[in-house]
Design a protein around this ligand. Structure first.
Ligand code: KIV
Length: 271
């Protein structure tokens, strides 16, 4: 039991959810405030994505994220979370060089953030790193389809893995990850029919993003679904338009200060 008196979500719950056919709800967060709001809203899992590099830092790609940065954001997200399983992205070059490196970096992330798992991108090529992490006691979530850390090889985000041979290639990658011990796999930006077939063939839960409704769960980027930031891709449903609200609120504040309307008498301390 946690402080809120509810059971903490674990990687084992992910497996149980797949078996029971209960959808898994995941969302990104990068700080304690938004993590706490998402957790209170009842999501099952919070992903500290390396997308923070584009969403928060205004970079073009996720490639510049560092282990120290992910640890800082992982720690503050974990601090704001009572129930959801926190998963922290392993950044570019923190697991690709060698399984030893992967264990050192993934171990640090788990140890220094208090999160429950890490996520890394790729299939068979990263299976040795996944196996080493899992053996060392670090739960790993896989990530197939559009993998932003390979942006210079794959191009920018769009639905891929279409056509003949796409399913066969992806199922080989998925089975390599399963055999290496992942507890779940993100399926990113792939045709819905392929994601459905992969989900049916997978023994671990799949979490879709831009991959249709027939995955075992869904993940969205919080800022995109809240309407914060610019244009959102097709797969994103805007559940709010907070960007417009922030703009209007700050513009009103600026105008009222310039017109001498703020602070008004009700905002002034009486002696
Ligand atoms: O970094 C991220 O936010 C992600 C999601 C898009 C799945 O990997």
């Amino acid at each position: 039991m946690n402080k809120a008196g509810t059971d903490k979500v674990t990687t084992l719950d992910f497996a149980r959810r797949k078996k029971a056919g209960e959808p898994i709800v995941m969302i990104t967060a990068y700080d304690a405030l938004f993590a706490s709001l998402a957790d209170s809203a009842g999501v099952d899992s919070i992903l500290v994505g390396d997308s923070l590099q584009t969403v928060l830092a205004g970079e073009e790609t996720t490639l510049g994220a560092t282990v120290d940065q992910m640890i800082y954001h992982g720690r503050i997200v974990q601090r704001g979370t009572e129930r959801a399983l926190v998963v922290v992205d392993m950044p570019f070059l923190s697991y690709q060089v060698s399984p030893t490196d992967a264990v050192r970096n993934g171990g640090r992330i788990l140890k220094e953030t208090g999160a429950g798992a890490v996520k890394l991108e790729g299939g068979a090529a990263v299976a040795p790193a996944v196996e080493a992490l899992v053996t060392a006691g670090v739960p790993v979530m896989g990530h197939l389809g559009y993998t932003p850390q390979s942006v210079h090889r794959m191009g920018a985000g769009r639905v891929r893995d279409r056509g003949q041979g796409a399913f066969e290639k992806l199922i080989r990658e998925l089975k390599a990850l399963e055999n290496a011990g992942v507890f779940a796999i993100v399926l990113a930006l792939m045709p819905a029919v392929i994601a459905r077939r992969l989900t049916e063939a997978a023994s671990v839960p799949t979490i879709g993003i831009g991959s249709g409704p027939r995955c075992d769960g869904q993940v969205l980027m919080l800022h995109e679904m809240l309407g914060l930031g610019g244009h959102a891709p097709l797969h994103v449903k805007r559940y709010a338009e907070l960007g417009d609200e922030v703009l209007a609120a700050v513009a009103s504040y600026a105008e009222e200060v310039r017109q001498g309307k703020f602070p008004g008498p009700e905002h002034v301390q009486k002696v």
